[in-house]
Design a protein around this ligand. Structure first.
Ligand code: SF4
Length: 117
């Protein structure tokens, strides 16, 4: 999950973790790391690598904006769509009006910050 520098700073401040323990630069975007065993986000409380396993976000109240807007993602035409990789996408409505712009603005901010490094 790509995140902004401000979100990384907030996560570091609130969890007491160092940024490099939960995020790396990946293709010009600061991105949350996955746990080596579960292959899920390092903040997901789970013991299983099963995509359908129960899990709880340990930073839910301060989760990054990309987590709040997921499973809406941009397609190759910059339209918000439901992520085909999300096993729960059928539980979500079609993207609400304005979601394209929300996701485009977030992407622009993350890419701008990534290219400033
Ligand atoms: S919602 Fe929480 S567990 Fe899921 S990707 Fe975001 S930070 Fe990680």
């Amino acid at each position: 999950m790509p995140i902004t520098q401000a979100e990384a700073s907030r996560l570091a401040r609130r969890t007491g973790m160092k940024q490099e323990e939960f995020a790396v630069m990946n293709d010009g975007a600061l991105t949350l790391l996955n746990n080596a065993q579960t292959r899920a986000c390092v903040f997901l409380l789970t013991d299983s690598a099963d995509l359908n396993a129960e899990g709880m976000c340990s930073v839910y109240e301060i989760r990054p904006k990309g987590c709040r807007t997921y499973p809406y993602v941009l397609n190759h035409e910059d339209r918000a769509v439901l992520d085909e990789g999300c096993p729960h996408r059928s539980q979500f409505p079609t993207p609400p009006e304005g979601m394209d712009m929300v996701l485009l603005n977030l992407e622009e901010r993350i890419v701008r910050e990534g290219s400033a490094d």
